[in-house]
Design a protein around this ligand. Sequence first.
Ligand code: NAD
Ligand code: DAU
Length: 357
Amino acid sequence: MKSILVTGGAGFIGSAYVLMARRLGFRVINLDALTYSGNMDNLESLSDDPHHIFVHGRIGDAQLVQDLLEKYAPDYVVNFAAESHVDRSIVDPDTFVRTNVLETSIFLRVVKTWWESVHFDSIKKKDFRFLHVSTDEVFGTLQVGDAAFTEETPFAPNSPYSASKAASDHFVRAFYETYGFPTLITNCSNNYGPRQFPEKLIPLVTLNACAGKSLPIYGTGENIRDWLHVEDHCEAIQLVLEKGRIGETYVIGGNSERTNLEVVKNICRTLDELRPLENGSYEDLIHFVSDRLGHDLRYAINCSKLQSELGFLPKHNFEDGLKNTIQWYLQNNEWVLNVQNGDYRKWIQMNYTERTE
Ligand code: NAD
Ligand code: DAU
């Protein structure tokens, strides 16, 4: 049985990846710090699974990581662990530097040192791969009509979050160039799907609408994101992990560019159908609020490299995937109530009460 050390596997994308990896028959060692967005409820279906080994800890804890590598000798490492929310990075950049830059660099060094110590002609050493999960935000922003991002697009991050992810990508690349450490990088567009922490647009708007609260749209709502279902993202990661060329980067996207206003109106229409109000439409709850600082206008991905080299095609169509996601939130009230705790309420109050209409 091959094993994968997954970091950040209690978060939104990491947990979807862990569930997929177990379905594929990999043993998973899951290292997660359980920050505000890490959630053991995401892994509930694996609670009795002896091949899912959960470890509560940080990627920057060098001794812990070294012990795990020596104990479990993983075939692969997939690094999801990160601070992931742009708005939080605007309020508190230091936390992003700590996890996404410093701890990622420590993690790389410890894994690289362990990999060097593995017997030089063993299969484990030859086939080992370290995949770093990153974001399209490292490329900065596009204008409407610009060509989509590719692997060749220069980095131009605009937020503390994307700057910290860009730095981590540079470290991963440097470990390949300097030490020959077998790395891969993926830069993906916006994910959606079940179990996304409701600070992000789609779950936030869905849950606010259900509670009769206002639906905050930053600026004019004309900003464009390219949406990809989280399960498609996980499949792409697995393709790159097993078949990608060492040292390469692959961009991943969903070919589903939508303005934020289109996405929010789509959520409202879906809720009008699934849970109609007595009077009016959920669209009546839409409010335009002051914009995100440094708000990137548009992201778009040209994933022809991933398509032509590895045959990747997203399976989910955005409108169906969004409807299923909304249904998941409506059916998983306990999950929702558990994440809407004191910390969550504090963040919502901090981020939204100061925003003027
Ligand atoms: P998330 O915030 O839901 O999950 C992050 C997870 O990492 C949490 O479980 C958290 O506890 C854990 N974590 C944070 N700091 C840690 C540390 N120091 N050590 C160990 N674990 C730690 O984020 P997500 O949306 O699932 O994103 C996962 C990864 O994918 C991130 O690297 C993010 O940059 C990248 N990404 C996200 C998207 C998206 O749309 N959400 C798109 C492209 C790339
Ligand atoms: O592009 C990939 C990135 O997508 C990932 O790297 C990030 O981890 C992930 O959080 C996501 O970043 P965004 O900033 O694009 O996602 P978010 O859901 O926060 O916002 C999506 C868009 O919606 C963005 O243009 C801002 C806008 N927005 C967001 C919120 C939370 C609003 O208009 N109102 C809101 O309340």
